[in-house]
Design a protein around this ligand. Structure first.
Ligand code: GDP
Ligand code: MG
Length: 829
C-alpha cells in the first residue's frame, strides 16, 4: 500500500500538472551545480506546468518560480511522484502531507549508490562481503563471468547500495570487464565510486584512479591491504596524497574488516558534499595535449545535452585516445563532423610531434602524474629503495644534489645563449648596416628616407640582431621541456616554492617567463587554485624575459666588457630575488588563505628530437617575430615621428652659417674642415632632437628619474619601452645616434653611449653613463611595467584590477630599486 504512494521516476517522465519531490540530482558536476543553483535541490517540490511529448524545453514550477528545463536535463533529476489521490491530495501545501509518505521521501534522499572499482585482487569482494554481510566468493582468480553483485548496507540512517564490479586495470574499452565498469559508471551513475586500491602496489593501482579523476566522478578511496604496506616498513602520507588529488583516502584491511565503517562514513560525507577533501583536480597532460584538449572542449561545449552528463574535458581526452564508443557518440551531434575533424587534426599533430600514438602519450602523462604523486608521499622501505636507485629521478630530484645540477644547467643555458649568440649577432649586425647604408644611398634625402633608414631599419634592425640570442634561449627552454627535465626542476623547487607561498608547479610558468612573460602568464592556467594563479602571474614579470635581453646585451657590452656573463647572470638573479620578496609580501597581504596541495607530474624522460625542439623553438620565435612586425614596427615609426617633428624649430645658433664660416676659414686642411663641419652638424642634430616632441616628453619626466642618475633620453627610452622592452634599444638607437650616415649598428651605439654627456641639469658635460647608471638602468628595465602584451594577458586572466595593480607596483618597485642602486652606489664610486 505504502509503495503505491511513492513511485520514483525521473522528472522528464512526469505529465503536465503532476507534482513530485526531488530525491537526487545526477549528471556531471558542473550540471549539478547549475541545476542546484536554480533551486533543484533534494527534498524540494516541483510541479510540471507544461510537458507535451515532443516539446522541449519543459516548464516547471519550483519554489513559486517558473523555470524551463531541457528534457535531457530533466532526465537527470530523480524524483518521487506525489500521488494526487484522495488520501494525500493537495495536502502537501497545507503541511499535513501524509507522514508516511514524507518519511518515505526523506528515506529516498538518503539512498546512496556506491560502486566498487579497482584492480583485480585488490580486495573489492572482501570489502563488499564485509560491508554487506554477504558471502561472495573471494580469491585469487580473475572473473570468468562479467557481472556485478549488489548488496545493501545500512549505516547512520543511510541505505547504501553497494555494487561489486569486475576488477580492471583500466577503464577503457578493450576488455569486457573494462567496458562493463565504464558502462556502469556512465549509465547507472553511482553517487560515489569507491576506488579500492592495493596499497602494496600503488603505482599500478593509482593508474586506474587517474581515469576516475578524468571522468570527474565523486571518488572515495579505500587504501586496502594497508596491513601489507605497514608490514613492509614503508611510510605513506596518504592524507597528503588525498589532499593533492581531491579524494578522501581511508586505509582499510578488507579481509579483517578494518576501516570499513570509516570508509563508508566518508562515503556519506562525500555524498552530502560535506567532505572538505573532495574536489575535482585536473591531471596536467602537458602543454601540447592540454592545448588539444582545450580546442576540442570548446567545440564539445556547444552541445549541452552531452556536457550535462559527461565532463567535456573527459570527452576530449577520450576522443584524443581515439575511443570508439565516444567517437560514435560524437557523430550524433550536430557539430559532430567538425569535432571529428578537429580531433583527427590534433591527433595527427600530436603523433607527428611525439612519434607515438596519442593515447600512449596520454597514458605516459598519467603515469607521470602517478609517479609524481608517489614520489611526494611514499617513502619506500629500505630494500625497495635500493631496488630503485638506478632511476635517474633519484639523482635529478635528489634533496641536495638536485640543486647544483639544476644551477649548472641554468648556468650552461645563459652562458651558451651569450657566447654562441654573439657570432650570428655580428653577421646580422653587419647585414643591417649594409642594408641601411644601401637604402641611404639609393634614396634621395627627405622625410621618407629618414623614416625608412632611421625609423624602420633603425628600430626593427636594432632588435632583429638579438634574434639569435632569443632563439638560443628558447632552444634551451624547449629542450628542458621536451626531455622532461623541466618537470623535475619543478619537483626540486617545490619545497623552496612553498617557502614563498607558491607551489612547485608555479615554477614552470616562472621559468617560461625567461623566454617571454606572455605565454608564461597564460601558462598559469595549469595551476588549480586561483590564488596561486594570481600570485604567479604577478611575479612572472620579474622573470627577465628575452625582450629585455637586447638592452642588457647592449649595456653590458658597453660598460661591463670584462664580466659580461657574470653581470648578466646577476640581473637574472636580482629578478628572481625580487620575485621572491614580492611573492612573500603579496602572500602575507592579499593571499593569506589556506592552499590546496596538488600533484606534480613526473612525465617520462624523452630523448628530445632535434626536430621537435626546433619546432618548439620556432613557434616561440614566430611569436617574437610577429611582435616585431606589429608592435615594434608601429612603435618605431611612432617614436621616429615624435623625434622627427616638429620641423620648424628655432635653433639657438645659426648652425648653417657656422658651417659655412668653417668652409671659408683659411689655413685649415680639408680633413680638419670636414671634422669641424660634422661636429657642428652633430650639435645641431642634438638640439633638434631635444626640441622635438619626444625630447619634450623626456624633459617632462626628467625630474622623476634624475634621482636615479638617468637623463631625459633614458626617460624617453623607458617610456617607449612600455610598448615592448626591445623598443628601448631601438629608441636609444634613434636618440643617441647623431651620425646619420653610419646607419644604426650596435657597435656605433655602444660608442655613442659611452661618449654621451649630460646637456642639461647640474651635471652638464659629465658623462651620462657609467657602470652604476647602466646597472641601475638594467634593473629598472628588469622590474618596471612589464609590457603592453603582458598587461593584456594579465587582464585577460585576472581582470583590470590586477592588471592595473601589476602596472603600478612593478614600476614603483623599479624606481625604488634603481634609486637605491644609484644613491648607495654613488657613495662608494
Ligand atoms: P577482488 O579481486 O578485488 O575482489 O579481491 P578479493 O576480495 O577477491 O581479494 C583477493 C585476495 O586478497 C583474497 O585472498 C583476500 O583474502 C585478500 N585480501 C583482501 N583484502 C585484504 C587486506 O586488506 N589485506 C590482506 N593482507 N589481504 C587482503
Ligand atoms: Mg572479486
Amino acid at each position: 500500500m505504502e509503495d503505491q504512494l511513492i513511485i520514483s521516476q525521473y522528472l522528464s517522465e512526469l505529465r503536465t500538472g503532476e507534482e513530485c519531490v526531488i530525491t537526487k540530482v545526477m549528471g556531471h558536476g558542473a550540471f549539478r551545480r547549475r541545476i542546484t543553483e536554480m533551486g533543484f535541490v533534494k527534498g524540494k517540490k516541483v510541479k510540471v506546468i507544461k510537458n507535451a511529448p515532443l516539446q522541449d524545453p519543459v516548464e516547471y514550477e519550483i519554489m513559486g518560480y517558473h523555470v524551463s528545463l531541457r528534457r535531457s536535463e530533466a532526465k537527470l533529476i530523480e524524483v518521487v511522484l506525489v500521488d494526487d489521490s484522495e488520501n494525500i491530495g493537495k495536502s502537501i501545501y497545507s503541511g499535513t502531507f501524509a507522514l508516511e509518505a514524507m518519511r518515505k521521501i526523506q528515506e529516498k534522499t538518503k539512498v546512496i549508490n556506491v560502486a566498487l572499482v579497482g584492480n583485480p585482487n585488490c580486495g573489492k569482494t572482501s570489502l563488499f562481503n564485509y560491508a554487506s554481510g554477504s558471502h561472495e566468493k573471494v580469491g585469487n582468480y580473475s572473473g570468468v563471468t562479467v557481472d556485478a553483485k549488489s548488496a545493501v548496507l545500512q549505516l547512520k540512517g543511510y541505505t547504501i547500495n553497494i555494487v561489486d564490479l569486475p576488477g580492471t586495470y583500466s577503464i577503457t574499452e578493450y576488455t569486457p570487464e573494462e567496458l562493463y565498469v565504464r558502462e556502469h559508471i556512465f549509465n547507472e551513475m553511482p553517487d560515489v565510486v569507491v576506488n579500492v586500491v592495493d596499497a602494496s602496489n600503488l603505482e599500478r593501482n593509482l593508474f586506474l584512479t587517474t581515469q576516475l579523476i578524468d571522468m570527474h566522478v565523486k571518488v572515495v578511496m579505500a587504501l586496502n591491504m594497508y596491513d601489507e604496506l605497514e608490514r613492509s616498513g614503508a611510510q605513506f602520507d596518504y592524507d597528503y596524497l588525498g589532499k593533492m588529488i581531491g579524494i578522501p583516502i581511508i586505509p582499510t584491511v578488507a579481509a579483517k574488516g578494518r576501516g570499513i565503517d570509516d570508509l563508508f562514513t566518508r562515503v556519506i560525507e562525500a555524498f552530502e558534499d560535506k567532505d572538505p577533501v573532495v574536489r575535482h583536480v585536473h591531471i596536467n597532460y602537458g602543454e601540447e595535449i592540454e592545448g588539444a584538449i582545450k580546442k576540442i572542449q570548446d567545440e564539445i561545449w556547444k552541445n549541452k545535452e552531452i556536457t550535462d552528463k559527461y565532463s567535456s574535458r573527459f570527452l576530449s581526452i577520450k576522443l584524443l585516445e581515439n575511443d570508439r564508443i565516444f567517437r560514435h557518440m560524437i557523430d550524433e551531434l550536430p557539430n559532430g563532423k567538425k569535432i571529428q575533424e578537429l580531433v583527427a587534426k590534433e591527433i595527427h599533430r600530436l603523433e607527428k610531434m611525439y612519434k607515438e600514438p596519442a593515447d600512449t602519450v596520454i597514458t605516459d602523462a598519467k603515469y607521470g602524474f602517478v609517479a609524481g604523486a608517489i614520489n611526494e608521499t611514499l617513502t619506500p622501505a629500505v630494500e625497495e629503495k635500493r631496488r630503485r636507485t638506478s632511476d635517474l629521478d633519484n639523482l635529478l630530484t635528489h634533496k641536495i644534489l638536485g640543486f647544483p645540477i639544476f644551477i649548472f644547467f641554468m648556468w650552461v643555458m645563459f652562458q651558451a645563449t651569450f657566447t654562441l649568440g654573439s657570432y650570428p649577432m655580428g653577421w646580422i649586425d653587419a647585414g643591417v648596416t649594409w642594408f641601411s647604408n644601401s637604402v641611404s644611398s639609393w634614396m634621395s634625402e627627405g622625410s621618407l628616407r629618414d623614416l625608412i633608414v632611421n625609423g624602420i631599419i633603425g628600430g626593427v634592425g636594432g632588435v632583429i640582431i638579438f634574434l639569435p640570442n632569443i632563439l638560443l634561449l628558447f632552444f634551451f627552454i624547449s629542450l628542458m621541456e621536451d626531455t622532461g627535465y623541466m618537470a623535475r626542476s619543478a619537483f626540486i623547487m617545490d619545497k623552496l616554492m612553498h617557502k614563498i607561498g607558491l607551489h612547485g608547479k608555479s615554477f614552470i610558468p616562472l621559468l617560461m617567463g625567461f623566454g617571454c612573460n606572455v605565454p608564461a602568464v597564460m601558462a598559469t592556467r595549469t595551476l588549480q587554485s586561483k590564488k596561486d594563479r594570481l600570485l604567479t602571474m604577478l611575479i612572472t614579470p620579474f622573470m627577465s624575459c628575452s625582450a629585455r635581453l637586447p638592452v642588457y646585451v647592449l649595456l653590458i657590452g658597453a660598460f661591463f666588457p670584462k664580466n659580461q656573463g657574470l653581470v648578466l647572470f646577476s640581473i637574472y638573479v636580482i629578478g628572481v630575488l625580487t620575485a621572491i620578496v614580492a611573492a612573500t609580501v603579496l602572500k602575507k597581504t592579499f593571499f593569506s588563505k589556506r592552499e590546496e596541495p596538488f600533484v606534480m607530474e613526473l612525465p617520462p624522460y624523452r630523448v628530445p628530437t632535434l626536430k621537435n625542439t626546433t619546432v618548439h623553438m620556432w613557434h616561440k620565435a614566430v611569436q617574437y617575430l610577429k611582435k616585431m612586425g606589429t608592435v615594434i614596427l608601429t612603435a618605431s615609426i611612432l617614436i621616429w615621428a615624435l623625434s622627427y617633428f616638429p620641423k620648424n624649430i628655432t635653433f639657438s645658433k645659426n648652425y648653417d652659417a657656422l658651417s659655412a664660416q668653417v668652409a671659408n676659414t683659411a689655413g685649415l686642411t680639408k680633413v680638419q674642415k670636414e671634422a669641424k663641419v660634422s661636429e657642428i652638424e652633430l650639435q645641431k642634430e642634438a638640439e633638434r632632437q631635444e626640441k622635438s616632441y619626444i625630447g619634450q616628453i623626456g624633459h617632462a619626466i626628467e625630474p622623476v628619474i634624475r634621482p636615479l642618475g638617468f637623463d631625459w633620453k633614458i626617460g624617453v627610452s623607458l617610456v617607449t619601452g612600455l610598448a615592448a622592452k626591445e623598443i628601448v634599444v631601438s629608441t636609444m638607437g634613434i636618440l643617441y645616434q647623431a651620425d646619420k650616415n653610419a646607419g644604426e649598428t650596435s657597435g656605433h651605439l655602444k660608442k655613442k653611449l659611452i661618449e654621451q654627456v649630460h646637456n642639461t641639469g647640474d651635471h652638464i658635460g659629465e658623462r651620462v653613463f657609467n657602470p652604476l647608471v647602466a646597472y641601475g638602468m638594467m634593473i629598472f628595465i628588469l622590474i618596471y611595467f612589464p609590457c603592453i602584451a603582458v598587461i593584456a594577458a594579465i587582464r585577460k586572466e585576472a581582470g583590470w584590477g590586477w592588471a592595473s595593480f601589476a602596472m603600478v607596483y612593478t614600476t614603483a618597485t623599479a624606481w625604488i630599486m634603481s634609486f637605491i642602486i644609484y644613491q648607495v652606489g654613488s657613495l662608494f664610486i
